[in-house]
Design a protein around this ligand. Sequence first.
Ligand code: ATP
Length: 603
Amino acid sequence: MVKTGIKIFARLRPTKKTTGVYEVVQSQDGLEALSFTVPRSEAGGAVNNRRETFSFKFSRVFDSNTGQEEVFDAVSREVIDNCLEGYNGTIFAYGQTGSGKTFTITGGVERFGDRGLIPRSLSYLFQQYHKSPGTIFTTHISYLEIYNECGYDLLDPRHEMARLEDLPKVTLMEDRESVLHLRNLSLHPANNEEEALNWLFLGDTNRVMAETPMNMASTRSHCIFTVHISAREPSSQLIRRAKLHLVDLAGSERVGRTGVEGTLLTEAKYINLSLHFLEQVIVALSDKSRSHVPYRNSMMTSVLRDSLGGNCMTSMIATCSVEKRNIDETISTCRFSQRVALIKNEVRVNEELDPKLMVRQLRQQVAELREELSLATGGEERDGDLELAERERCERLVQDYLQDSSPEARLLVGGDMRKIQLCFSLLKARVKSPLLHTTPKTATPTNQPTVTADPRLEEVIRQRDEEINMLLKTLKQERRKIAELEARLRTTAPEERGGAGEEVEERKEERVKEERGTETTGEQEAGERKQAESRKAWKSELSRARQEAFDQFRRDCPIMDQVNQHKTDLRTKYSEAKALGEEVQSSRTTISEWGNLCASTTL
Ligand SMILES: Nc1ncnc2c1ncn2[C@@H]1O[C@H](COP(=O)(O)OP(=O)(O)OP(=O)(O)O)[C@@H](O)[C@H]1O
């Protein structure tokens, strides 16, 4: 950051009228002094302490015969050169109405040579661009008018059709970093000098002008023509930006003296008020002990905040009328410029990384790295989601790894970050939820699988646990009852036990006999009866709870239908076997009868 003062210049307007006494002297410090001699007024009385000579120092004083080109060379060239280096620049003209501000900034319309600082600056700017063909320059133009403390966009195409009051007003907005933004102020690209001049011409035709007693075509507003410049070297990510403000302030005028009224009076009041605020800002800036600078008092000082005490190389041209009747006003203008000269601006290059270029370069870098990676992995695709098979393989690998208790166990999934991430996720899921030993295989196919405990599953598990506990309790009770029964059986008389044992044996024998079909029907019936009785006895031995458990088991048993079917089949088969047995028996009887008959016949 460099501290630099505001350069001040004075320009004397040519006149044919009687001039006051003034002279321009070259001073030793390289500056030029403009001195006015004002004779003491007789009206001041016998004792009159008023000074007679007023001297003001300027970087340069342009005499009334100084041409536009010379002024441009002395004032603008340096500022524009700095803009091309990335420093903001401002040139503003200040002076009373009709003193030549508009002539200096915009120029006269009669001759080409009368072109002012703006067209000459645009011309110079594009010439400089051509001198650096390697650098990429962009230029945008905006043109702001501040009329009666309201901002208007002079490049708004609706200017021709609508009344000024109906046009959208340019408003000030400050962001969090206290950077000022102008809403409703359009920015137009200019690819060459001609386009830029067209914007200037359009803006100038839209300016508010009026005839005043002091100037036949007085500009009634403050106008700020801004050239936004950006420059970038092709191989660099850095972009240099600069704003060049060329400011034509409305003329200060003494209302009483000029005798204006109506609209002109209102305009004059606004102009004087805003110039007064400008003066306040200048005074505050030139007073080192002042911490607050009242920029916000007017729109003009807000917009020119950077140009006055901020990040800007600023030059001021004090336009002076040396006509005798205007000397007082001119002295006041010169006084103002002396205070301006005390201001120190802190300038720095506006350089930043071009965000668009950065994005483009980063994208290119990513593409290159992808290609490199693809080469390194033999073309293996590592974008997008993992295939289900790949996910399942990772799950298996994690499973094997966890089950392998050897210290040499390794989890090797290759260099694919997606697989590595998935394995980490699976391991994390295991650590977080040891109950859920399996990860959902139908999880959403993303690189970051979410393995979370399903609350429904947990609820089912909890219910099952409760059921198991209840069943265990019931089982224990039943076991206890069976043990009691057995104990009771052991204590019963041995003959009783023997009877029972004989019965069982008998049942077994009967069943064998039945199967063999060798018993008679009466015996079978007796056997069945016995069986039924013994089953009854056996059943009665079972406790009711045991019976219930058994019934429950039968009900819940998934193969109960099959068992019942088998039972039915068995019964059918048993009946068939029985019928066959009877048939065999009758055949035997017949055979034995036939045998007997044969024997008796033979005998
Ligand atoms: N240096 C100059 N050489 C020739 N003519 C000039 C010069 N300065 C001013 N004039 C002429 O003086 C007249 C008033 O000048 P200009 O309009 O520039 O004054 P101004 O300060 O802008 O006034 P206002 O504040 O009212 O807009 C114009 O006709 C202009 O051509």
